[in-house]
Ligand binder design. Structure first.
Ligand code: TLP
Length: 349
């Protein structure tokens, strides 16, 4: 079967295509009208997803962006303050949905490699005063995309969640790559979200499903979130076709994420030996490699263009001097070798 993906595509793990097993499961999926609560495959996926992250219930959503938006809107009311790390995906890449549709005001804390410390959170929490908005939600990101896939440990999550919850805030985790974060530290995904109120994780990206993400939390939260998803136009009908691929993703695609991490580390190590390129190997724990380009050579944009022109290698321009390479199931050792060789040629002239 022909798949329409490009070779050497390191732009993102969002480019992965569904496996043959997923395609067969999709073909055979039993379906019904999910808005009426009648799609058995979606019900199976929602049960499985909730169990995987140790929550009472889960909701199938169209995308990570929709899952985060539904979570923010369900946890807050207009005018509330939402605390996030300064480069959080929800703030940086989600079209300002929290403000445009939720009417909430973001308050940013600069993290250390994407991690917010309990002390920094305490400082940011302003308490009750007639002048201040009410802070009602803290959002964490694990793994943290713009921090190069950096991970929070279960203890780090617990210590900030405790501070937030003592002050009456809910805690949501943007876990688009939650299973990467779990596999990287040999723990269960449920260990990473036990203290928090809700978590979103993606079935697309590294797990390879074509579409969809899950939002999980208490049964009461998910009932409200289901209504919010409907308001946002996310009530899907016979979407068991998509959920079938999601079930395969959760049952059989999480363990292999370790291979993506080893490949990313290999790429990071090799790139850091090339002139004009540096990589922070300390935080390279998952499938994202951030390469910093020496301005004396040129810009990130110039490297991305040169890679495409000379080797048909695709990478993402992630800032003026930062190029992002993401490993995933559709790139392997051969693609990595070609990537490293091409960067070498470009840098060594
Ligand atoms: N991230 C994408 C782009 O949006 C940048 C990528 O290529 O990495 N949370 C995090 C941490 C994410 O990285 C992403 C996608 C999302 C949420 C949104 O998921 P989707 O794309 O399904 O809306």
């Amino acid at each position: 079967m022909e798949h329409f993906y490009k070779r050497f595509d390191f732009r993102s793990d969002t480019v992965t295509v569904p496996t043959q097993v997923m395609r067969e499961a999709m073909y055979k999926a039993e379906v019904g009208d999910d808005v009426l609560g009648e799609d058995p495959t979606i019900q199976r996926l929602e049960r499985l997803a909730a169990d995987k992250v140790g929550k009472e219930a889960a909701l199938f959503v169209t995308s990570g962006t929709q899952g985060n938006l539904v979570a923010v809107l369900t946890h807050t009311k207009r005018g509330d303050e939402v605390i996030l790390e300064s480069e959080a995906h929800i703030y940086y890449y989600e079209v300002g949905g929290m403000a445009a549709l939720g009417g909430v005001i973001p308050r940013l804390i600069e993290g250390e490699a994407g991690i917010i410390t309990p002390e920094a959170l305490k400082k940011a929490l302003r308490g009750e005063n007639i002048h201040f908005p009410s802070a009602s939600l803290l959002c964490l990101e694990n793994s943290h995309n713009r921090a190069g896939g950096a991970i929070w440990t279960p203890n780090q999550v617990k210590s900030v969640a405790e501070v937030a919850q003592e002050r009456g805030l809910h805690v949501h985790v943007d876990g688009a790559r939650l299973f990467n974060a779990a596999i990287a530290q040999n723990c269960e995904a449920s260990d990473l979200v036990a203290p928090v109120d809700s978590v979103m994780f993606c079935l697309s990206k590294g797990l390879g499903a074509p579409v969809g993400s899950m939002l999980a939390g208490s049964a009461e939260f998910i009932n409200r979130a289901r209504k919010m998803r409907k308001m946002l136009g996310g009530g899907m009908r016979q979407a068991g076709i998509l959920a079938a691929a999601g079930i395969v993703a959760l049952e059989s695609m999480t363990e292999r994420l370790g291979d993506d991490h080893s490949l990313a580390l290999k790429i990071g190590q090799a790139l850091s030996d090339i002139p004009n390129v540096s990589v922070d190997l300390e935080r390279l724990k998952t499938n994202i490699v951030l390469a910093e380009i020496d301005p004396a050579w040129g810009s990130a944009e110039e490297l991305v263009q040169a890679l495409e022109a000379s080797g048909e290698i695709l990478a993402a321009d992630f800032g003026p001097q930062t190029v992002r390479f993401v490993t995933h199931k559709d790139v392997g050792e051969h693609d990595a070798a070609k990537l490293i060789e091409t960067v070498k040629q470009i840098m060594e002239g």
